[in-house]
Design a protein around this ligand. Structure first.
Ligand SMILES: Cc1cc2nc3c(=O)[nH]c(=O)nc-3n(C[C@H](O)[C@H](O)[C@H](O)COP(=O)(O)OP(=O)(O)OC[C@H]3O[C@@H](n4cnc5c(N)ncnc54)[C@H](O)[C@@H]3O)c2cc1C
Ligand code: SF4
Length: 508
C-alpha cells in the first residue's frame, strides 16, 4: 500500500527527511495550497506568492525526478482548505493510511499532524545543523542560554572559520568592528531580482484575487522562486555585498532598505538554499581572500549562531512561548504598524519598506519597530502576529524567539540578558533618519522631543524593580537618578501625554 509524503510550503528541499524516508516507486507526495495557512495570520501577499510559486516549481521538479505528486491548487474546487483535510482527502483517494512528514517549524502544525486521524510518522528536520538533541544537551544544566557559547560549539562542530582548534583570525567574534554607521556615498546593488515567469505570474494573479486585501504590495515581485534562482541570489550577495556586510551590518539609511544585507532568509527558510551551502559559499570567499574576516565571521555567526540558536530555543521552551508576557504589556499595536500616518521618520521608513518589500533588516526590526513597541508597552502577542504576517521570511520557529524573546523581552530574559531598548540617540548614530524627521532627536522634553527619548525613560521607570539590579542596566538608572527632579517629571508627563495621543489614534 502506498504512503503519503507530506511536503509543506517551507520544506522545498530535495533532500528533506520525509522524501529520504519514502519510496519513489510507490509512495505519493502530497502538496497543497490551503487557505488555512494563508490566513491564520494575514500574511503579506508577497510572502504568499513566494511560497506558492516555489511550491508549484518544486512539485514540477519532483515529478521530473520520477515522483508521483498530488498537488492541490488554492482554487481547486475540491480543496479541503487545511493540511489535515487535504491529507484525509488524498488518503481516501489513494487508499493510503500512513503519512510521512518532516517536522513542521510550528507547534500549531505539529499538533495538527499529531492529532490527525491518520498514522503520521514525523521525521526530524535535518536541514538544521543542530538537532533538538544537540541543543537540549548544550542547554542542560546551564543557568543562562547565551548564544555566544552555543555559537562557539557550532563553529567547532562545523569546522567553519576554524584554524585547527582555534578560531580563524584569532577571535571568535568580530562584532566590535561591525557597528559602523553607513557612509554618505554608499555603493550597493541590493539583492538580485527576477522577472516573474509564467508560473509565478499565474500565482501573482491568484494571490491578487484571493489575498489582495492583506497589508503589503504584491507587485513588483522580484523574489527567486526556485533553487537555481536562489543560488544565483547567493552568488550575487557573496560577490557584491558580503565584503561590506560586517562593517555596515547595523546601519540604516533613508530609502536604502537593503544596504549590504543578504536577503537570503526567505530562501533558506523555505528550503531553496541550505544553511550549510550558504555558509560554505562565505567560507570559500574568505579562503579566496575576497572578504575580510569581520564580514565572513559576522555573517556565519548569524546563520550557525543566531538562526540555529533561536530554533533551539523555540522547541526547548515549548508551546506556550508565544503567550509569554512577563512585562504585562497590554497596549494594542498602534495603527502606524499597518501604515497609518506617523511623523516619526524611522518608523515610517521601516513600515513603508516592509509594506513594499516584505523585508526590513535586523536593526530596523530590533531597534526601530521592535524597540518602539517595547518602549510603548505593546502586547507582545500582537507584536508577534505582526512580525509573523509582514515579512517574507517569517515562520514561527524563527520569528517568535526573535520577537517575543529578543525584541520584546516577554520571555523574561531567556534569550536576551537585557531588553533591547534605546533612546533616539542610537537611531541617530546608526542612521540618517533623524536629520529628516519632524521630531528633534536631541530634544529630551517639550514640543518636538523625539518620542524614543520620552518612552525610553518611561519604560525604565515602569520596570525599575525588574531591571535596576541588572548589571548591564545599572548605569542607565544612575543617569536617570542624576537628572534633576523637574526634568524627570517633565519627561514622564510628556511620555504619558504621547502615549495617550497614540492610543487615541492621533498622528504622532
Ligand atoms: C523582531 C524580529 C523578528 C524577526 N523575524 C524573523 C523571521 O521571521 N524570520 C527570519 O528569518 N529572521 C527573523 N529575524 C532575524 C533577522 O532580522 C532576519 O533573519 C534578517 O533580517 C533577514 O534578512 P537578511 O537575509 O538580509 O539577513 P542578513 O542580515 O544578511 O543576515 C544573514 C542571515 O542570517 C540569519 N539571521 C540573522 N539574524 C538572525 C536572527 N536573529 N535569527 C535568525 N536568523 C538570523 C538569516 O538567515 C539571514 O538571512 C527577526 C529579527 C527580529 C529582531
Ligand atoms: S528623531 Fe526620533 S522619531 Fe525621529 S527619526 Fe530620529 S529616532 Fe526616529
Amino acid at each position: 500500500m502506498s504512503r503519503l509524503v507530506l511536503i509543506l510550503g517551507d520544506q522545498l528541499s530535495e533532500d528533506i527527511a520525509a522524501l529520504a524516508k519514502a519510496d519513489k516507486s510507490q509512495d505519493v507526495v502530497v502538496m497543497a495550497e490551503v487557505r488555512d495557512e494563508g490566513t491564520y495570520v494575514r500574511h503579506h501577499p508577497k510572502k504568499i506568492a513566494l511560497v506558492l510559486a516555489a511550491m508549484r516549481k518544486f512539485a514540477e521538479r519532483l515529478r521530473d525526478a520520477g515522483w508521483t505528486v498530488d498537488y492541490t491548487t488554492l482554487d481547486d474546487p475540491d480543496n479541503a482548505g487545511s493540511i489535515v483535510g487535504e491529507l484525509l482527502r488524498r488518503a481516501e483517494e489513494r487508499g493510503a493510511s500512513e503519512v510521512i512528514a518532516t517536522e513542521p517549524g510550528e507547534w500549531r502544525l505539529i499538533d495538527k499532524l499529531r492529532y490527525a486521524p491518520l498514522k503520521v510518522q514525523i521525521c526530524d528536520d535535518d536541514r538544521f545543523i543542530a538537532s533538538h538533541a544537540m541543543f537540549e544537551g548544550w542547554a542542560e544544566g546551564r543557568k543562562a542560554l547565551r548564544m555566544e557559547y552555543f555559537y562557539r560549539e557550532m563553529r567547532r562542530k562545523t569546522g567553519l572559520l576554524m584554524d585547527g582548534d582555534d578560531p580563524a583570525g584569532g577571535q571568535w567574534n568580530f562584532d566590535h568592528d561591525n557597528r559602523k554607521p553607513a557612509p554618505d556615498d554608499i555603493q550597493t546593488t541590493g539583492p538580485l531580482t527576477f522577472d516573474p515567469d509564467q508560473t509565478t505570474r499565474a500565482v501573482l494573479d491568484l494571490v491578487a484575487a484571493e489575498f489582495g486585501d492583506h497589508f503589503g504590495d504584491l507587485e513588483p515581485f522580484g523574489f527567486a522562486t526556485d533553487r537555481a534562482g536562489a543560488r544565483q541570489a547567493l552568488a550575487h550577495f557573496v560577490e557584491h555585498a558580503l565584503p561590506c556586510f560586517g562593517d555596515y551590518q547595523d546601519a540604516m539609511l533613508d530609502g536604502e532598505p537593503y544596504l549590504y544585507h543578504a536577503v537570503l532568509s526567505p530562501y533558506m527558510n523555505i528550503g531553496l538554499l541550505s544553511p550549510r551551502e550558504v555558509c560554505q559559499a562565505v567560507q570559500d570567499a574568505y579562503d579566496a581572500g575576497d572578504v575580510p574576516i569581520n564580514a565572513a565571521e559576522g555573517f556565519i555567526r548569524q546563520i550557525i549562531g543566531w538562526r540555529e540558536y533561536v530554533r533551539g530555543i523555540y522547541f526547548l521552551e515549548g508551546r506556550d512561548y508565544t503567550d509569554r508576557n512577563v512585562l504585562a504589556h497590554s497596549r494594542d499595536l498602534p495603527g502606524l504598524y499597518w501604515g497609518a500616518e506617523t511623523k516619526m521618520r524611522c518608523l515610517r521608513q521601516a513600515v513603508a519598506q516592509t509594506r513594499t518589500h516584505a523585508y526590513a533588516h535586523h536593526i530596523q526590526r530590533l531597534m526601530v519597530t521592535g524597540n518602539f513597541a517595547l518602549l510603548a508597552g505593546v502586547d507582545p502577542a500582537q507584536v508577534h502576529d505582526w512580525y509573523l504576517a509582514v515579512y517574507a521570511d517569517a515562520f514561527e520557529w524563527v520569528e517568535a524567539p526573535n520577537t517575543v524573546g529578543m525584541s520584546q523581552f516577554a520571555d523574561g530574559g531567556v534569550i536576551a540578558s537585557k531588553p533591547y531598548v534605546s533612546s533616539g540617540a542610537y537611531i541617530n548614530r546608526m542612521s540618517d533618519h533623524c536629520k529628516q524627521c519632524s521630531y528633534k532627536v536631541t530634544k529630551k522634553t517639550g514640543e518636538g522631543a523625539c518620542p524614543f527619548n520620552l518612552l525610553y525613560w518611561d519604560f525604565l521607570t515602569r520596570h525599575r524593580e525588574r531591571f535596576e539590579n541588572n548589571p548591564r542596566m545599572g548605569n542607565m538608572y544612575r543617569t536617570w537618578d542624576r537628572m534633576d527632579e523637574d526634568r524627570r517629571k517633565a519627561v514622564l508627563s510628556d511620555a504619558k501625554r504621547f502615549l495617550k495621543r497614540l492610543d487615541a489614534g492621533e498622528v504622532v
